[in-house]
Design a protein around this ligand. Structure first.
Ligand SMILES: *Cc1c(COP(=O)(O)O)cnc(C)c1O
Length: 387
């Protein structure tokens, strides 16, 4: 029953070798820029490629500023801190996400509150956030508090799952109504658009990742994106040890971090960013091919971009019609060297978050039993490769 699927993927990639979920492609000016960084001797915490990458990334996204950092997790950590998340606060987020989203909340001494996702977007459901706040939130001096736990609710942290945008208008509207910042975990969603705007630019701040498995990579890396110049300056300061600029004095005005993206990584990032439009085109053509394949089968539904959105289709996914098929599909495809994977274990089911405050999580639990991710790399020798 899954043989046709295996054959389909093999034909698309034109190989009998193992096919991974997502691997990087270096078909642009990666070598040139990385060697240039080495020749310049600026490979570490200072260098021209960092500034250049920040400018080019902001321009690409249509955002005022981007601050490059060592990885997406640290970008999340710092963005939450700058949004005013403090020790003992709560952050509203979805349980269907990669562990980094929840970890970044804990790094700030805060508590994740898990609220449900939508079946259409796979992302945080604005209706669930609204219902939670309606039921539990109380406006007091100093902010909005969870009446049951007594904790302040400091931020909303939606994640654009596999690159599919959440319903951001509604989330931002709820945030504004209650005076709570919305920070986007757009780690998976570089190049995705919501109503014509890039994901990562819709909340107070957005966070990107350039890990090796993302749509573009800097080896390891991340960015904080914002239209707020003050927040961007704060992000830069905090991620570069909070040093007071001076020609020879070393003085720091708060406890900062060494989270700056090294110039060597930024060189790779600059070359990869040039290829993102090509990557997006390739990924959309693969998504279209998967879509027509799954339109013709009766055991799974392909996850399409939400209405009004352009998804980067970072990781293609299907939702199985019968969850009992999951393990058989995983075994058959992985045995055949066509890598597939289920969704992450839900955050509230992990040991360290078992006592977390949760809303109803029917959709997250329903999806987690049925989601399968499929090979999604850009094809080598694809139509846009430079020959
Ligand atoms: C990849 C990812 C991150 C950040 O990961 P890093 O490896 O630290 O760059 C954060 N959130 C989500 C949802 C991710 O997929």
């Amino acid at each position: 029953m899954f043989d046709d699927f295996i054959t389909f993927v093999r034909q698309w990639y034109g190989t009998d070798d193992a096919i991974s979920l997502h691997e990087p492609r270096f078909t642009g000016r990666e070598r040139e820029y990385v060697l240039d960084a080495i020749d310049s001797t600026f490979v570490s915490s200072v260098g021209a490629y960092v500034d250049r990458f920040e400018q080019e990334l902001a321009a690409y996204l249509g955002a005022r500023r981007a601050v490059a950092v060592v990885n997406g997790t640290s970008a999340l950590q710092v963005a939450l801190q700058l949004a005013g998340v403090e020790s003992g606060d709560e952050v509203l987020m979805q349980p269907l996400t990669f562990i980094a989203t929840a970890n970044a909340v804990v790094y700030n001494g805060a508590h994740p509150v898990f609220l449900d996702v939508e079946r259409e977007t796979l992302g945080l459901n604005p209706d669930a956030v609204g219902a939670f706040l309606e039921k539990h939130a109380e406006k007091r001096k100093g902010g909005v508090f969870n009446r049951t736990t007594g904790r302040r609710i400091a931020a909303v942290l939606p994640m654009h799952t596999f690159g599919h945008p959440c319903r951001m208008d509604e989330l931002v509207e709820i945030g504004n109504e209650y005076g709570i910042s919305v920070i986007e975990d757009a780690a998976e969603a570089l190049g995705s658009q919501y109503k014509g705007h890039h994901t990562g630019t819709l909340g107070t701040m957005g966070v990107l990742s350039f890990n090796g498995n993302k749509i573009m990579t800097s080896g390891g890396g991340g960015a904080i994106v914002t239209n707020d110049e003050k927040l961007a300056d704060r992000a830069k300061h905090l991620t570069t040890t909070a040093k007071i600029p001076h020609r020879w004095e070393f003085a720091h005005d708060e406890v900062g971090y060494n989270f700056r993206m090294p110039n060597l990584n930024a060189a790779l990032a600059c070359a990869q960013l040039e290829k993102v439009p090509d990557f997006l085109q390739e990924k959309r053509s693969l998504a279209a091919a998967y879509k027509s394949f799954f339109d013709a089968v009766d055991w799974a539904d392909f996850v399409e971009e939400p209405a009004g959105c352009n998804s980067n289709y970072w990781l293609n996914a299907v939702v199985l019609r019968d969850s009992a098929l999951r393990d058989e599909l995983l075994a058959k495809t992985n045995d055949a060297g066509v890598l597939t994977r289920p969704a992450w274990r839900l955050m509230h089911q992990l040991d360290m978050f078992r006592d977390a405050f949760c809303g109803p999580l029917e959709n997250a639990e329903w999806l987690a039993e049925r989601i399968i991710n499929m090979p999604s790399s850009v094809k080598l020798g694809g139509s846009t490769d430079e020959k």
